[in-house]
Design a protein around this ligand. Structure first.
Ligand code: FPP
Ligand code: FPP
Ligand code: MG
Ligand code: MG
Length: 391
C-alpha cells in the first residue's frame, strides 16, 4: 500500500499528456474516406476511460528515474523525433482529403515522458479500441460505453473494417517508433488478442461457431476441458491473452523505449500482466453483480454467450449441478437463470475477488522494484481502483 497515505490522482499527475491523447489519435486516423474516419473515431468520442494509455504514461514517468542501459543501444531509442514530420514536404493526397503525415508537434507536457512513449500510449489505445470494434461484432453487443455500439450504429461490415483500419494506422505509428523490439512486442499483442478470442470462441454457444467446433475438436488437447482444474487453467491463459497481454507488453515496451535495464523492463511487464489479470477477473465478477445501466454494456453477457468464467468455475466446485450446464454452454432453456442463481449462492464471487487481490499484490511487488516516485505511488493505488471499481 502507498506510503505516506496521500492519494495521488494519476490524471492530474499526467495532465496535459493525457489530454493530448484523443487529439493525437484523431490525427493518426485521418483517412481518404470521411465515413471510415468517422467510424474509426466513434469509440474515441465519449466514455473511454483511457486507462491503458494512462498506465503506459505512468510507467514512463516511474521508469524515467530507474537504472538505464549504458552505452550503445540507448541513444537510438531516446532521441527519435517521432513528432517531427517523417516526410516534411510531401503530403499524400486522396481525393479532396490531405493526409498530413505527423506534421504536428505534440507539446511535451512532462519532459520525463519521451515522445516515443507518448506515441506508444496512443498506439495501445488504438489497438484496444480496434479489439472492441471487433469484439462487439463477435459478441453481438448493441451497447458500448453507454451508447449504441459501432456495429449497431454502422453495421457489422463497417465496424470490422474500421477496426482493421485502426490496427493498420496503429501499425504505421508503431513502425515510426523505429524500435524493432517494440514492434515485435506490440505485433505479438495483436496476435495474442486474436488467440485469446479464439480460445473463447471454442467455448461459446453461438450457433455459427458449431461447424468450427466440430472441426476443431480433434485438434484440441482433451485435458484442457476435461476437469474443472483444466478448465480454470484454460480460462486464465485465455484471460492473459485477451486482456493482460496488451497492458503487460505495453508497459514492457514503455520501459524498453525508456532505455531501462532488463530487470526494470521485467518489472514493468509483470506489473501490467498481474494488473491485467486482476482487471479481467473483476470484469467477469461485475458481469454478475452490476446492472446494465451502471456497467454501460450488457450484463450476464458471458453466461448468455455460453462462457464459464471464474465465478462459475469456482461455483461448480460447490454445486455439481453446474457441470452439465457448463458442458452445454448454458444452451438449454433456463440454464442462464439457473447458473446465475447458483453462482450467487456460492462463494464463487468472493473467491474470484480473492484471486484478483492476489494478482494485485503481485503487481505491487513488481512495481516496488522501481525507485519511489509519485508515478509509482499512482500505479500502486491503481491496483486498489481495479478492485473497487463498479463499472
Ligand atoms: C473484450 O472482452 C474484448 C477483448 C479484450 C479482445 C477482443 C479481441 C478480438 C475481437 C480479436 C481481434 C483483435 C484485434 C486487435 C482486432 P469482453 O467481450 O469480455 O468484454 P466487453 O464486456 O467489454 O465486451
Ligand atoms: C478499463 O476500461 C478501465 C477501467 C474500468 C478503470 C479501472 C481499471 C484499472 C485502473 C486497471 C486497468 C487494467 C487494464 C488491464 C486496462 P475498459 O476495458 O472497460 O475499456 P474502456 O474504458 O476503454 O471502455
Ligand atoms: Mg464483448
Ligand atoms: Mg468478447
Amino acid at each position: 500500500h502507498p506510503k505516506g497515505g496521500s492519494v495521488i490522482n494519476p490524471r492530474e499527475l499526467l495532465g496535459q499528456d493525457l489530454k493530448l491523447l484523443t487529439d493525437n489519435i484523431r490525427r493518426l486516423l485521418g483517412s481518404g474516406h470521411p465515413v471510415l474516419t468517422t467510424i474509426s473515431n466513434y469509440y474515441f468520442h465519449a466514455g473511454g476511460k483511457h486507462v491503458r494509455p494512462l498506465i503506459v504514461l505512468l510507467i514512463a514517468q516511474a521508469t524515467s528515474i530507474a537504472p538505464k542501459l549504458g552505452g550503445a543501444g540507448q541513444e537510438n531509442v531516446n532521441n527519435l523525433p517521432v513528432d517531427q514530420p517523417t516526410i516534411p514536404s510531401r503530403e499524400i493526397t486522396f481525393g479532396a482529403h490531405v493526409e498530413s503525415r505527423n506534421t504536428y508537434t505534440a507539446p511535451a507536457a512532462d519532459l520525463s515522458i519521451l515522445p516515443t512513449q507518448r506515441r506508444l500510449a496512443e498506439i495501445t489505445e488504438m489497438i484496444h479500441t480496434a479489439s472492441l470494434l471487433h469484439d462487439d461484432v463477435i459478441d453481438l453487443a448493441m451497447t458500448r460505453r453507454a451508447q449504441s455500439s459501432a456495429n449497431a450504429e454502422f453495421g457489422n461490415k463497417m465496424a470490422i473494417l474500421a477496426g482493421d483500419f485502426l490496427l493498420a494506422r496503429a501499425s504505421v505509428a508503431l513502425a515510426r517508433l523505429r524500435n524493432v523490439e517494440v514492434v515485435e512486442l506490440l505485433a505479438t499483442v495483436i496476435s495474442n488478442l486474436v488467440e485469446g478470442e479464439f480460445m473463447q470462441l471454442r467455448n461459446s454457444a453461438l450457433n455459427e461457431e458449431k461447424g468450427w467446433l466440430y472441426h476443431a475438436k480433434g485438434m484440441l488437447k482433451a485435458s484442457d476441458n476435461d476437469t474443472l482444474n483444466g478448465k480454470f487453467q484454460y480460462y486464465i491463459e485465455k484471460t492473459y491473452l485477451k486482456t493482460a497481454s496488451l497492458i503487460a507488453k505495453s508497459c514492457q515496451a514503455a520501459a524498453v523505449l525508456g532505455g531501462c535495464r532488463p530487470e526494470i523492463v521485467d518489472a514493468a511487464y509483470s506489473y501490467g500482466k498481474n494488473l491485467g489479470l486482476a482487471f479481467q477477473l473483476v470484469d467477469d465478477m461485475l458481469d454478475f453483480t452490476v446492472s446494465a445501466d451502471e456497467f454501460g454494456k450488457p450484463v450476464n453477457a458471458d453466461l448468455k454467450l455460453g462462457l464459464a468464467t471464474a465465478p462459475v468455475l469456482y461455483a461448480a466446485e460447490q454445486f455439481e449441478d453446474l457441470h452439465p450446464l457448463i458442458e452445454r454452454n448454458f444452451g438449454n432453456e433456463g440454464d442462464v437463470e439457473k447458473a446465475l442463481s447458483l453462482v450467487l449462492q456460492s462463494d464463487g464471487l468472493s473467491r474470484t475477488r480473492a484471486l484478483a487481490e492476489s494478482y494485485c499484490q503481485q503487481a505491487i511487488e513488481a512495481i516496488s522494484a522501481l525507485p519511489p516516485s509519485n508515478a509509482q505511488t499512482a500505479l500502486i493505488q491503481l491496483t486498489e481502483a481495479v478492485l473497487t471499481r463498479k463499472k
